[in-house]
Design a protein around this ligand. Structure first.
Ligand SMILES: *Cc1c(COP(=O)(O)O)cnc(C)c1O
Length: 384
């Protein structure tokens, strides 16, 4: 079986696993306890916070550990939205339909249940938010703006620095979902200029079930999980020390090895894109042709049944995705692809191929040899 779905999740890095192991049994204390058991756990927690802060170029007390990337997105939107409405009376949220559901569904809920107003940003054909469109949509009545760094379905990278810079000039809080970006892109929050940034461990070879939110000093948040005073009062609950240690170690490695990892996957990605477009008729690359994640290739095949194609690929020994792990089995086309302007007959035939540390040129050649006939099969079922 060949795994080509690293955007859905990555395996745990062996060094992250090793770093985690002592904190399940030997050093099991509650970091909030005053005794030495607690102090040792707290030391590990604060060391992890410093490691994450060093990669992000921020202060350790600007890092809030959460349970996943989705929770970080929820805390950012609801937390900053509620705080900004309270202090500034601003009740508009600016975001795009191409965002991960952790952002777009949260924004929808804030509109439906909390009385916010969502302004959906336009994206271009590659799925990018253009600075001019952003500037036209952003007004001082916005509580916050949320634009993802790199798109999980189509790989497109957004011009975060420019968007954040403009948001700051208008005094609007800017959040970016960097969950997919963190494995390959620079996540220095000073150069990006963001106020809030979400990360999730399992997209960069850390464990599942742990994430972080960067909160720039001075950015007010109303906590959405109340209780103890953990995480500077912003996220109650005893910290998951082993997972946080694994998260920090995996992020540190991703940072150190970023260039080497990129240099390995990018030629393989380009080989896939080139060959697929050349050998399969009625195929298109989705997302930006250059400005995309180095491990990410995504396509649409006209009149093909994308879900059936995934089953055929699985039976042939290849694990791929239609775009988002959250939508598996859903017969509706992806909202993001419709937003980009693809009609249903194209959007239903989507395929995402994402590479990672274990991907080899041999894997890629085997995949490219198999794919064309399977796309043909997935087209035939649709013609019946
Ligand atoms: C995976 C992903 C999420 C959700 O992260 P979890 O840790 O799985 O909750 C959010 N945003 C993007 C862009 C993602 O790729």
């Amino acid at each position: 079986m060949i795994y080509l779905d690293y955007a859905a999740t990555t395996p745990l890095h062996p060094r992250a696993l090793n770093a985690m192991l002592p904190y399940f049994q030997e050093t099991f204390g509650n970091p909030s306890s005053a005794h030495r058991f607690g102090q040792k756990a707290e030391a590990a927690l604060e060391k992890a916070r410093e490691t994450v802060a060093a990669v992000l170029h921020c202060h350790p007390d600007e890092i809030i550990f959460t349970s996943c990337g989705s929770e970080s997105d929820n805390l950012a939107l609801r937390g900053a939205g509620l705080a900004r409405r309270k202090t500034a009376g601003a009740a508009q949220i600016l975001t795009a339909k191409t965002e991960h559901h952790a952002v777009s569904r949260t924004a929808e809920q804030m509109e439906k249940e909390y009385g916010f107003k969502v302004r959906w940003l336009e994206v271009d054909q590659t799925g990018a938010v253009q600075p001019a469109a952003f500037q036209g949509a952003l007004t001082s009545s916005a509580a916050l703006a949320s634009v993802m760094y790199a798109n999980n379905e189509i790989g497109t990278i957004n011009p975060i620095w420019e968007l954040a810079d403009f948001a700051r000039s208008q005094n609007v809080v800017f959040h970016t979902d960097a969950v997919q970006a963190a494995a390959y892109l620079d996540i220095n929050v000073q150069t990006l200029g963001v106020d809030l940034m979400s990360l999730g461990g399992h997209k960069f070879y850390g464990p599942k079930g742990v994430g972080a939110l960067y909160v720039r000093k001075g950015t007010a948040l109303i906590p959405h999980q109340t209780g103890g005073g953990q995480e500077f009062g912003l996220r109650a609950g005893t910290q998951n020390v082993p997972y946080i240690v694994g998260f920090a170690e995996a992020l540190r490695l991703a940072f150190e090895e970023r260039e080497a990892r990129t240099a390995r996957v990018k030629p393989l990605r380009d080989r896939i894109i080139g060959q697929v477009l050349e050998t399969i008729s009625d195929s298109q690359l989705t997302g930006h042709p250059q400005n995309r994640l180095p491990n990410h290739a995504s396509f649409v095949f006209k009149d093909a049944d994308g879900n059936f194609l995934l089953q055929l690929l699985d039976a042939a020994g290849f694990a791929c995705s239609s775009g988002s792990a959250c939508k598996t089995g859903n017969p509706e086309p992806s909202e993001a692809l419709l937003e980009l302007g693809y009609s249903r007959d194209w959007a239903l035939g989507s395929l995402r191929v994402t590479l990672g540390m274990d991907s080899s040129p041999e894997d890629v050649e085997a995949f490219l040899k198999t794919l064309p006939s399977l796309v043909e099969k997935a087209r035939k079922v649709n013609r019946k």
